[in-house]
Design a protein around this ligand. Structure first.
Ligand SMILES: *Cc1c(COP(=O)(O)O)cnc(C)c1O
Length: 316
């Protein structure tokens, strides 16, 4: 079994992005490199797990159970964190068909393979059961199957996760007018909203379709801060969906800035943000901080799909 690297980098830098049009528009864009925290526990997943792990230890739990799709950044992060802290880990994975030929699945899917090498055990379930995973009935099933465990919700979002995400911004970041980030379940943006200053505006870019997120975030945040909004035009067809336009943009961005984005979250956010900047949505002199929430591990899986379709791949 491969052991998880204990190399963490919590000395996070803000990197300025210099693109010619910014100068004309008088815009400053900086990127918070949370993607550099850890190879497998990257970005916001580290933040979201931090206090959950402390809680699981306090409760003397030995086992972590969580949920995710077959390419989930969260699944790999839980596998790696559990490995590091001596927990058994169980990933309840959407898609019962994956269990039919696990050997091939592990060969082809680096997320699940890495998680498996870190000791995670999988429980593959059908999509219908997955949708009902928060029901009492399913909780009973899990208890019966796995005994005593600490449950981490899908995507890791709970109040302890939000507490961890309140630590992303530092005093040095108070000079920014806008904080931009990708949104999945809304846990990370909730921590950001809780921790921004009054003069700061938060812009979330959902990576999925649907307008349920606004309500969910309203229920997750603990402040009555109205300085936030969701930019809902850049989901590229929904969660996990992407097109040639997005991939080409990510490759150009990498070429120009040296920064690798992920196709599920941060690529969409940056595409949207640069589009808004080009459309002169921000006033002259605005200072923008975009958070690179990580997710680089997911590129391998997406590139496999792109190769199969004979399309341009993400250059790493
Ligand atoms: C999980 C994830 C997100 C979404 O975070 P939420 O707290 O679920 O909104 C954003 N970016 C990356 C890279 C992620 O892995």
């Amino acid at each position: 079994m491969e052991n998880c690297s204990i190399e963490f980098n919590l000395n996070i830098r803000n990197q300025q992005v210099q693109i010619p049009i910014f100068e004309n528009l008088g815009i400053e864009l900086w990127i918070k490199r949370e993607d550099e925290i850890h190879k497998q526990i990257s970005g916001n997943k580290f933040r979201k797990l931090k206090y959950n792990i402390l809680e699981a230890k306090d409760l003397q739990k030995k086992k972590l159970v969580t949920f995710g799709g077959a390419y989930s950044n969260h699944i790999l992060a839980v596998a790696a964190t559990g490995n590091l802290h001596g927990f058994e880990t169980i990933g309840v994975i959407r898609g019962e068909e994956l269990a039919l030929d696990l050997e091939t699945v592990l060969k082809e899917n680096s997320t699940l393979r890495n998680a498996s090498e870190l000791g995670m055990k999988f429980n593959f379930i059908d999509r219908e059961s997955y949708r009902n995973k928060d029901s009492n009935e399913f909780q009973v099933y899990l208890k019966k199957k796995f005994g005593d465990f600490y449950l981490i919700p899908e995507g890791g979002t709970n109040q302890l996760a939000i507490k961890g995400c309140e630590e992303i911004l530092t005093a040095e970041d108070e000079k920014f007018d806008y904080i931009c980030l990708a949104v999945g379940t809304g846990g990370t943006i909730s921590g950001i909203i809780n921790s921004v200053k009054n003069h700061q505006q938060v812009l979330g870019f959902p990576a999925l379709k649907g307008d349920f997120l606004k309500k969910e975030i309203q229920q997750l945040i603990s402040v009555q801060n109205r300085n936030w909004s969701l930019v809902t035009e850049y989901h590229f067809g929904g969660y996990g969906k992407f097109n040639t336009d997005l991939i080409r943009f990510m490759n150009e961005f990498k070429e120009e800035t040296g920064i690798l984005l992920d196709p599920i979250y941060t690529g969409k956010m940056m595409y949207g943000l640069l589009d808004l900047i080009k459309k002169r949505t921000f006033r002259k002199g605005a200072k923008i901080l975009a958070i690179h929430t990580g997710g680089i591990q997911g590129i391998t899986g997406v590139n496999r799909k792109l190769i199969k379709k004979n399309l341009e791949v993400i250059k790493v």
